[in-house]
Design a protein around this ligand. Structure first.
Ligand code: ATP
Length: 752
């Protein structure tokens, strides 16, 4: 790979299109002061993507465009193209996002244009690209934009002027390690970005965390409520099945009881209806019959008394008649009562008795009448029927009386017989009456018993009605409960299997009541948890969780990105350091050699030097404070140690201009020797050299040209003599630079 061509068009003093063909190892650009030689060097910087206009001796981009002269008007655009040979295909573009862009050609042409407004345009092989692409492309062939391989006028000692830190960077670049730096910077940028993303993701995650926790609690609650609802549904299913069963049992029992009570009631009712009302004063025929019989006995007794009185009179009469008869026998003609016969007296007395028997309560009147009659009887003895018997033979009368007595006695006996019979019938009647009364009492007792039973049955009937009502209420309550359950859990959840007709279940009203209370308690717990299925909350939770998990995953990804970036950075740094140390060692060998060559002795080397950096960190209060010693970040820069032959001078600042120049050249050439760039541009680097040193310089240039193409701007004839091609640059009459090239022989000739 080498430089093939350089084309300038409107760049600085090159108003007209100018072409430099670089087909030899050493090219010298020569010409008078101010002719535009340095502009050529700057055009190379420019086309390779130099960003510092100042380093190209301009203030703005438009300073790089031909400003116009008396003869040629100013231009609106400056364009520079550089053409590389790429037959060995060393150029490559890693991140070519432009698929049309390929560098797989024998030539690689890089073009840069700048416009009056300062706008830039980059092209690779005619395709417009970004500046970044150009940088990447040239980095792949070890030519950086800042150009360690382009040493502008007076810039040779920049390695000497730089501080140890910048020097290290310059050397890194010269060693071709800039790529590591790019990659480290790129990785660090990515790391920073990743850390930012990490902070953002973590912040987002922290932000949603309380909400997520809140939702989680809600969802847990909903989950719990769901389980509780399932439990409730299960309980309900069992409850309703049992309730149906219980109601069936209760209804059956009620029907049975009702039938039983009803039939009992009918029986009692019909008994009571039949019995009618109880007459506690009811009397019996026997009572009248007994009374009648007793009166009859009294009457008979009265009759018997009369009969006995009559018997008494008869016996008196008989006694009297007997005595009369007896006296006559003993004392015949004894004075007799003159006028009163027995029959007269008897008749009279009987009439009196009859009157007495007929005597009412007004007895006194009658007694007076009777007394009158007796007086009357006694006063008229002859007039009465009573006649004095002429003889005293009473036997006939006595006999008659005897017969009468017997008749009466028979009558009395008869009457007494009637009494006995009547008394017997009374006993019988009394027995019957007693029996009847007993029966009456018994039936009354039964009546009252039935009455009591009816009362009891009335109570039972009421109870049955109440039970019936209660069963109705129970059915209503069950339906209400079912409706509620349906609303609460949905009809499918409470679909239950009937246990009717199954085995006898151990269900009672009490057990069901307990069950119902238990269900009630679950409902209250559910109510406390808040209603609703919580679908929205669950969805929100899932979304938030998904977001959280996404962030978590992202954080993990970022973590691993950060880790791999950190690894990559430390790896790159390590490689960089290793490469750098190796490079410095090689440079030192060459540096010392070139130095000795230039100075005819002495020593020179690069040395690693610690840059003490007390990094500051900001405290929470926003103040800066020094880091403790152990946390100091140690960085190393590069120091240059020189020892001039026969001189004790080792400090760079004490070198003479020429010495300084020689040291710089030694270092520059050492760098180029170790990591040869494809080309090296040296703008009057040899300006300060004396004749002897110019010779040595020329030798070294020749040496270097084995590895790198050399473009030297020089006024030094010795240097010119080493070139194969000379480009002469002159400022024409029209105040713009013109070129002419001289071939090897001519160049040598020209140089002499
Ligand atoms: P020396 O040998 O003294 O170093 P040189 O050959 O390197 O000189 P340059 O410095 O390359 O000369 O050229 C400087 C010349 O270029 C100046 O005359 C300057 O006027 C001219 N120049 C610079 N910029 C422009 C521009 N934009 N338009 C026209 N001419 C310009």
């Amino acid at each position: 790979m080498h430089l093939k061509r350089l084309e300038l068009n409107g760049f600085k003093s090159f108003a007209k299109k100018s072409e430099f063909i670089f087909d030899v190892p050493i090219i010298a650009i020569v010409g008078p002061n101010g002719s535009g030689k340095s502009n050529v060097v700057e055009s190379i910087r420019f086309v390779l993507g130099e960003q510092s206009v100042k380093s190209m001796r301009g203030k703005t981009g438009s300073d790089l465009i031909f400003k116009g002269s008396r003869e040629i008007s100013k231009m609106s655009r400056a364009a520079v193209s550089i053409v590389f040979d790429n037959t060995d295909r060393v150029f490559h573009l890693e991140q070519a996002n432009n698929t049309k862009l390929s560098v797989d050609f024998d030539e690689v042409v890089i073009t840069r244009e700048v416009y009056a407004d300062g706008a830039n345009k980059y092209l690779i092989n005619g395709h417009e690209v970004r500046m970044k692409d150009v940088h990447e492309l040239i980095a792949s062939v070890n030519i950086g934009a800042s150009g360690h391989h382009i040493i502008s006028q007076g810039e040779a000692d920049r390695y000497l002027n730089a501080n140890i830190k910048d020097r290290r960077e310059l050397i890194e670049e010269a060693l071709g390690l800039k790529l590591y730096q790019y990659r480290i910077k790129e990785s660090q940028r990515k790391l920073k970005k990743a850390e930012e993303n990490m902070r953002e993701s973590e912040l987002l995650r922290r932000e949603i965390a309380p909400h997520l926790r809140f939702l989680k609690r809600q969802v847990d609650k909903i989950e719990k409520a769901k389980h509780l609802r399932e439990e409730l549904a299960g309980e309900y299913r069992k409850y309703f099945a049992q309730e149906d069963y219980l109601r069936q049992v209760l209804t059956k029992k009620l029907d049975q009881d009702r039938d039983e009570v009803q039939s009992e009631y009918s029986r009692v009712r019909s008994f009571l209806d039949e019995y009618g009302d109880v007459d506690e004063t009811a009397s019996f025929q026997e009572e009248f019959d007994i009374k009648e019989a007793q009166e009859q006995i009294e009457n008979i007794n009265t009759k018997i008394t009369h009969k006995r009185q009559e018997l008494g009179r008869i016996e008196g009469m008989m006694t009297m008649l007997q005595k009369q008869q007896d006296k006559a026998v003993v004392e015949p003609e004894k004075k007799q009562h003159p006028g009163f016969s027995y029959s007269a007296i008897s008749e009279f007395l009987n009439s009196i008795i009859t009157q007495l028997d007929l005597m009412g309560t007004n007895g006194q009147v009658s007694l007076g009448q009777i007394k009158q009659r007796i007086d009357d009887f006694l006063k008229k003895p002859g007039e009465s029927t009573l006649q004095s018997a002429p003889s005293v033979d009473n036997s006939v009368e006595i006999k008659a009386l005897e017969e009468n007595k017997e008749t009466i006695n028979r009558q009395v006996e008869e009457l007494q017989g009637i009494i006995v019979a009547t008394q017997n019938s009374i006993v019988e009647l009394q027995n019957t009456l007693t029996e009847k009364r007993k029966q009456e009492q018994e039936s009354q007792r039964q009546y009252y018993e039935y009455l009591a039973k009816k009362k009891e049955l009335d109570g039972r009937r009421e109870m049955i009605t109440a039970r019936d009502e209660s069963l109705g209420m129970r059915a209503n309550a069950r339906n209400e409960e079912y409706q509620e359950a349906k609303v609460l859990l949905g009809v499918e959840a409470i679909e239950y299997q009937s246990i009717l007709g199954g085995d006898d279940a151990d269900v009672t009203a009490q057990s069901q009541e307990q069950f119902r209370r238990q269900i009630e308690r679950i409902k209250i717990r559910l109510e406390d948890m808040g209603g609703g299925s919580g679908i929205e909350t669950i969805n929100e939770y899932n979304e938030t969780l998904e977001r959280d998990q996404f962030l978590e995953g992202e954080i993990k990804d970022i973590e691993s990105t950060i880790e791999s970036l950190e690894n990559m950075i430390s790896d790159l740094k390590e490689r960089l350091n290793t490469e750098f140390d190796k490079g410095v060692q090689k440079i030192n060998t060459e540096f010392d050699r070139f130095f000795k060559l230039m100075f005819g002795g002495g020593q020179a080397k690069l040395e690693s030097a610690l840059i003490k950096k007390r990094r500051k960190k900001s405290t929470e209060e926003g103040q800066l404070e020094l880091l403790p010693e152990e946390e100091e970040v140690q960085e190393y820069g590069i120091d240059i140690k020189v020892q001039l032959p026969r001189k004790k001078v080792s400090d760079l600042d004490m070198l003479s201009g020429g010495e300084r120049s020689l040291t710089s050249i030694a270092l520059l050439f050492a760098l180029s020797q170790v990591n040869p760039p494809p080309f090296l541009v040296l703008d009057e680097t040899d300006a300060a050299l004396d004749e002897a040193n110019s010779q040595r310089y020329g030798d070294m240039v020749e040496q270097l040209s084995k590895y790198s193409q050399l473009i030297v701007v020089t006024h030094n004839r010795e240097t010119m003599s080493r070139a194969q091609t000379l480009f002469g640059v002159t400022l024409g009459r029209d105040d713009c630079s013109t070129t002419l090239s001289l071939r090897l022989e001519d160049a040598t000739q020209y140089a002499k």
